[in-house]
Write a protein that binds this ligand. Structure first.
Ligand SMILES: NC(=O)c1ccc[n+]([C@@H]2O[C@H](COP(=O)([O-])OP(=O)(O)OC[C@H]3O[C@@H](n4cnc5c(N)ncnc54)[C@H](OP(=O)(O)O)[C@@H]3O)[C@@H](O)[C@H]2O)c1
Length: 230
């Protein structure tokens, strides 16, 4: 049974992740007044428990204004671990508004026996780490692909939720529409189908995106793993 909640609370969840949806479910089931905020990066987001609002707030000041105008009493920042700007805005806005902020941490993936990780600190380093002739699966959002466009000696396999609005800037690439699967077998089938030799991803942590890591381990594929910023 869900824990009782303070019914005077009005919770703003900064979302866009599976964890945020699970938190919304738990709070709504417990009777809380919940609104989840999405950045609006995908055109058809899955419906969420409680209310939803979509689009940027206009920086930390805009978020502080939203908090005041909507009587928000608590913010839960459950955004993606690489979404640093909105998390920083949440810290500033909640401090300014004098309301509590929860920022649950999503632990990074840890290297397991059998993993062949090339650990790098940036997308540029990741692009440089690929050998000529690699067929690299880029498990990265649209806004993180530019660093790889100069590698015309590699073939890229790119997966996106929505079709790109402008053509991708790769000399040679396969574009797949869809989401990551938590099922390693599904991810492995995709890697085989596209004759993938390297996986490139960021160390996001979490279960939803771990299928590809397990698949790479089972197939002996090198993973170029971009670490989280300090
Ligand atoms: N980064 C990823 O790889 C990734 C992966 C999966 C899901 N997501 C989700 O996608 C969203 C955007 O990620 P990002 O890396 O572009 O974030 P970001 O760089 O931290 O944020 C850029 C700007 O997008 C707006 N924004 C971000 N998250 C928002 C939210 N939940 N509600 C309203 N506005 C939001 C804010 O605009 P204003 O300054 O105008 O308020 C923010 O300044 C996040 O909600 C994140 O959870 C990101």
């Amino acid at each position: 049974m869900a824990a009782p909640v303070d019914r005077r609370e009005k919770v703003l969840i900064l979302g866009g992740t599976a964890e945020a949806a699970a938190i919304a479910r738990r709070l709504v089931d417990a009777g809380a007044d919940v609104v989840t905020s999405l950045a609006g990066r995908t055109s058809n987001p899955a419906p969420l428990p409680g209310r939803t609002r979509i689009g940027g707030f206009g920086g930390a000041e805009g978020l502080a204004r939203y908090i005041a105008e909507n009587g928000i009493t608590k913010v839960i920042d459950a955004t993606h671990p690489f979404a640093n700007r909105i998390s920083q805005n949440a810290r500033l806005a909640c401090a300014a508004a004098g309301i509590p902020l929860e920022q649950p941490e999503r632990p990074t993936w840890k290297k397991q026996p059998g993993d062949n990780w090339i650990e790098v600190q940036s997308l540029e380093e990741a692009a440089a780490a690929l050998p000529a002739g690699a067929r690299a699966f880029l498990a990265l959002g649209r806004q993180h692909l530019a660093a790889f466009e100069g590698r015309s000696d590699c073939h890229f396999v790119v997966r996106m939720v929505d079709p790109p609005e402008t053509p991708l800037g790769f000399a040679d690439c396969d574009l797949l529409l869809g989401k990551a699967s938590a099922d390693p077998e599904e991810e492995a089938n995709l890697f085989r189908l596209h004759r993938v030799t390297h996986l490139v991803c960021r160390n996001s942590g979490g279960e939803a995106g771990y299928g590809k890591i397990t698949a790479a381990r089972k197939m002996g594929l090198p993973v170029v793993m971009v670490g989280r910023a300090a």
